[in-house]
Each structure stands twice: as structure tokens, then as C-alpha cells.
Design a protein around this ligand. Structure first.
Ligand SMILES: NC(=O)c1ccc[n+]([C@@H]2O[C@H](COP(=O)([O-])OP(=O)(O)OC[C@H]3O[C@@H](n4cnc5c(N)ncnc54)[C@H](O)[C@@H]3O)[C@@H](O)[C@H]2O)c1
Ligand SMILES: O=C(O)CC[C@H](O)C(=O)O
Length: 336
């Protein structure tokens, strides 16, 4: 039976009246993140002017009759939203629209994450695990963590899983296989167009064995050069086509990120998560940077000792520089 013998998890989604939340709520409520035996209490935060819309979303949640959903707390109160939460999806922030620069978002959005960092610190459980989705996600996570000193920095992560999923789907399509037969694509750095989708470790399942992509029929130049800008620019391409930021795929990626953090990664599987750097691979300490990780017992661990060639080092430097610049801008914006 759904939820047997388990205390319900309190799961917060911010930006709950928005596009991404609309796709994310059913994934969580159906047990696709925390499992089919785990009851959930959903905390749904949005801003006061959106409470009418949030009420409509809540009516639809009720009409879905989700067996695992014990309760819903729709609110515009930060205190009520963050109270005793176990997991948080911090989605609520302004998305970029056509014609806007990504940097336009930074000033407005980091202030939200300063406030929500404070709320995590004050109201959430001390072992709360947080995924920041709202852009600029890496730097928002850094700011959130700065204002939540009582929460372990390892517990505040940002999302680059959408970039990983995009890249894996592109590779599967290119070499004409199934996406589940591709693994170990690594996203390094920022969730932005400076990110480095690194295909050097990609493996493909062939006749029941995992083999290096180099050993299967593929176009090496496409894999090394063309895939990178395709993944880097995919978000902008979706905005141009939809006139709205990606939402269904972002929700799926958020669910994938949290599911792997909660349940752990499969043997020999790597996933990309933006996590606090302790200097790994020469990335300055404190930046929230996307690395390949494995997860066990709800703890992520950066995959160690991967060789970086000149090409990789150069790409990692570009995205590192952008994140350092964002950190400086965000610190100034949140000091105001
Ligand atoms: N990391 C990623 O891969 C990724 C992918 C797609 C989108 N995003 C980002 O996710 C964010 C949300 O996108 P969306 O399409 O859902 O946007 P949306 O505009 O549809 O929804 C955002 C919601 O957040 C709410 N909000 C604003 N300020 C808030 C606050 N202080 N507290 C709580 N809620 C607040 C808004 O009222 C709105 O309902 C954007 O910043 C977008 O750029 C990130
Ligand atoms: O604003 C952007 O360029 C990207 C929006 C979103 O993060 C995505 O990757 O789809």
C-alpha cells in the first residue's frame, strides 16, 4: 500500500504556480522521485499575486486523487513554506524570455535566493536537501548557501541534469541507439552557454556490454565539436521556438536529479550535478560547479582522477571564469 510504515516527506516547490512546477508536481506526487511507497506532503510557495493561480493548481492536484499525497500546503508565506521541509525544489524565479540576456536575470533572481537561503536556515530541517532550478542556477545556489550557514553546503545543489539529458538524447539519436544505452556524458561548469559537455568518457551499450563510444560507429568530429554548441544553445533554441523557457524537460530533469540523490546512482553510472567545489579539478573553492558525481546513501561524491586534456582544461577555464564573474556580481547585488 502507498506510503506504508513511512513518515511523509515534506517537499517544497517554489514557483509553484509557474510552468516548470506544473510539470513537476505530478512527477513527485506519483512517486517517481521519492518512490512508490513514500507519502508526500507538498509545500507549494508562490508570491501573493499568484495565489489565485496557485489555488487553481491545488484544485487540479486534488482532482488527480494522487494516492501518495497526504497533504498540500499552498502558501505565499516563506515561513510556512520552508517549515520542517526535508527536500526543496527552488524553481521560483524569473525565466529568460526572447530578447533578454541571461545576465538580466542575475540581479533580480539572486535576491530571491538570499531570502530563501535565510528561510532554509531558519525553518527547514537541518539535513534538508535542496535543488536550485531557477536561473542563474549555479550562482543562485551559491547565494542560497551563503545565507543558510547552518545547512551543510553539500546539501545545496543546482541543476545541470537537463544539459546531461539533452546531450544524451542527442548522442543516442546521432549513433542510432536508445538513450538508456548511453552513459557517462559529463557536464562541467555553469548551466549556461559556457558549460562544457564532455564526450570523452561516453560509453554505449552494445550486445550487452558497455564500450567506449570511440569503438562504435560514430562521427568523431560531430561528437567532439558539434555536440557542444548544440547542448550549450538548446535552452535558447527552446525559448525561440516556444516563446517560453523549457518547462516539461526542466521538470523531468529536476525529478531525475532528486531521484538519483534520494535513491543513489546505478553501478558505473555518473550523473552531472552542480555542487560546491572544494577545489576538485582546479575549480576554485566555493563555486557551485557541475561535476560528474556518483551517489550513495544520499551523499554525492565527485568522480575522482579523470584526465583532463588541453581542450578540456581550456573549456573548463571558460566556464569557471563566468562563474567567478557571476559570484562577484551576485555578492554585490545581495549586499545592496
Ligand atoms: N536549471 C535549469 O536547467 C533550468 C531549466 C529551465 C528553466 N530554468 C529556470 O527556472 C525558473 C522558473 O522557470 P518557469 O518556466 O517555471 O517560470 P515561470 O515564470 O513560469 O514560473 C516562475 C514562478 O515563480 C514565481 N516566483 C517568482 N518569485 C518568487 C518568489 N520569490 N518565491 C516563490 N515564487 C516566486 C512566479 O510568480 C512564477 O509563478 C526560471 O528562472 C528559469 O530560467 C532553469
Ligand atoms: O535562459 C536560457 O538560456 C535557458 C533557460 C533554461 O535554463 C534552459 O536551459 O532551458
Amino acid at each position: 500500500m502507498a506510503g506504508d510504515n513511512k513518515t511523509p516527506l515534506r517537499v517544497l516547490i517554489t514557483g509553484a504556480a509557474g510552468q516548470i512546477a506544473y510539470s513537476l508536481i505530478p512527477l513527485i506526487a506519483k512517486g517517481e522521485v521519492f518512490g512508490q511507497n513514500q507519502e508526500i506532503i507538498l509545500h507549494l510557495l508562490d508570491i501573493q499575486p499568484m495565489l489565485g493561480v496557485l489555488n487553481g493548481v491545488n484544485m487540479e492536484i486534488s482532482d488527480c486523487a494522487f494516492p501518495l499525497l497526504r497533504n498540500v500546503v499552498p502558501t505565499a508565506s516563506v515561513e510556512e513554506a520552508f517549515k520542517d521541509i526535508d527536500y526543496a525544489f527552488l524553481v521560483g524565479a524569473m525565466p529568460r524570455r526572447e530578447g533578454m540576456e541571461r545576465k538580466d536575470l542575475l540581479k533580480a533572481n539572486v535576491k530571491i535566493f538570499k531570502e530563501q537561503g535565510g528561510a532554509l536556515d531558519k525553518y527547514a530541517k537541518k539535513d534538508v536537501r535542496v535543488l536550485v532550478v531557477g536561473n542563474p542556477a549555479n550562482t543562485n545556489a551559491l547565494i542560497c548557501s551563503k545565507f543558510a550557514p547552518s545547512i551543510p553546503k553539500e546539501n545545496i545543489t543546482a541543476m545541470t541534469r537537463l544539459d546531461q539529458n539533452r546531450g544524451m538524447a542527442q548522442i543516442a539519436d546521432h549513433i542510432k541507439t536508445r538513450v538508456q544505452d548511453v552513459r557517462k556524458l559529463v557536464i562541467w561548469g555553469n548551466h549556461s552557454n559556457t558549460q562544457f559537455p564532455d564526450t570523452r568518457f561516453v560509453e554505449v551499450s552494445k550486445d550487452g556490454n558497455w564500450v567506449a563510444v570511440a569503438n562504435v560507429q560514430h562521427d568523431a568530429k560531430w561528437l567532439k565539436e558539434s555536440l557542444i554548441p548544440i547542448v550549450q544553445k538548446r535552452g535558447a533554441e527552446v525559448i525561440a521556438a516556444r516563446k517560453l523557457s523549457s518547462a516539461m524537460s526542466a521538470a523531468q530533469a529536476a525529478a531525475d536529479h532528486m531521484k538519483d540523490w534520494f535513491h543513489g546512482t546505478k553501478k558505473d553510472e555518473w550523473v552531472s550535478m552542480a555542487v560546491v567545489s572544494k577545489g576538485e579539478y582546479g575549480v576554485p573553492e566555493g563555486l557551485v560547479f557541475s561535476f560528474p558525481v556518483t551517489v550513495a546513501n544520499k551523499q554525492w561524491k565527485i568522480v575522482p582522477d579523470l584526465a583532463l586534456d588541453e581542450f578540456a582544461r581550456e573549456k573548463i577555464k571558460i566556464t569557471t571564469t563566468e562563474l567567478e564573474e557571476e559570484r562577484t556580481e551576485a555578492s554585490a547585488a545581495t549586499a545592496e
